[in-house]
Design a protein around this ligand. Structure first.
Ligand code: T5A
Length: 216
């Protein structure tokens, strides 16, 4: 069976993890082989890189941060995503190349054309079949994430980007929406809706994707 590569993008606390879990349960129940993965941290090397990247106490330059994300991606593609797609799995990936353009490009102000080029190298030219952008007010996402972190006693390692000023998060949101205007693989969903409504909308979108897009 052909693999399907779906990425999930959006602000902190937009509900990506929640949505991915619901989709995985649904498609597994209907007999598809599903892999849940994420960036940063989807491979063995990536897990180590994740603790370095997200550690808010470790000050790193924007360029160093970028190359850590790209190293994470290159390993993730080779070690996890490509093999899963070759096995015909549905790969549900929490963040991918568009996060680099949104956070390092729109957020940190790095050159976006350069980021696209570097993304192409790190991803080995692999482009998602579908990219779901969960859109919501940054204030709402940040307060959801903060509440979740408190409930789950998450450590400061989770905090580098959540600690950024609101203006940073507004730029990120604008970045995702501008990228999505190109249409194509992008599907923007109002993430202010309840989690069930978001799930139903995305599930329908995936089920209605043309068979040709499901072939790899
Ligand atoms: N980054 C990443 C870059 O800068 N460049 C890159 O190239 C890449 C790949 C990763 C950080 O790295 C940056 C971006 C990020 O800042 P992370 O720890 O992986 O950080 O965290 P995020 O991807 O930001 O995801 P979060 O875990 O913060 O949020 P989610 O997964 O979007 O949200 P989720 O599902 O955990 O939900 C948050 C809370 O809200 C509730 C949930 O129950 C949970 O408590 N919730 C809802 N509540 C109301 N209505 C809904 N519809 C809800 N959906 C979920």
């Amino acid at each position: 069976m052909a693999g399907l590569f779906i990425t999930f993008e959006g602000m902190e606390g937009a509900g990506k993890t929640t949505l991915i879990q619901k989709l995985a349960a649904h498609f597994s129940a209907s007999g598809r082989d599903v892999l849940i993965t994420r960036e940063p941290g989807g491979s063995g090397l990536g897990k180590k890189l994740r603790t370095i990247i997200l550690n808010a106490e470790e000050k790193i330059s924007s360029s160093a941060e970028l190359f850590l994300f790209l190293a994470d991606r290159a390993e993730h593609i080779e070690d996890v995503i490509k093999p899963a797609l070759e096995q015909g799995k549905i790969v549900l990936c929490d963040r991918f190349t568009d996060s680099t353009v949104a956070y390092q490009g729109y957020g940190r102000g790095m050159d976006r054309a350069l980021l696209e080029t570097l993304n192409g190298v790190a991803a080995g030219g692999l482009v998602p079949d579908l990219t779901v952008v969960l859109d919501l007010e940054p204030e709402v996402g940040l307060s959801r994430a903060k509440k979740r972190n408190a409930e789950q006693n998450l450590t400061v390692e989770e905090g580098r980007f959540e600690a950024e000023a609101l203006i940073f998060h507004r730029k990120i949101r604008q970045g995702f929406l501008e990228m999505a205007q190109s249409g194509g693989r992008f599907f923007v969903v109002d993430a202010m809706q309840d989690a069930e409504a978001v799930f139903e909308q995305v599930k329908r979108k995936i089920e209605n994707m043309p068979e040709t897009e499901k072939q790899r």
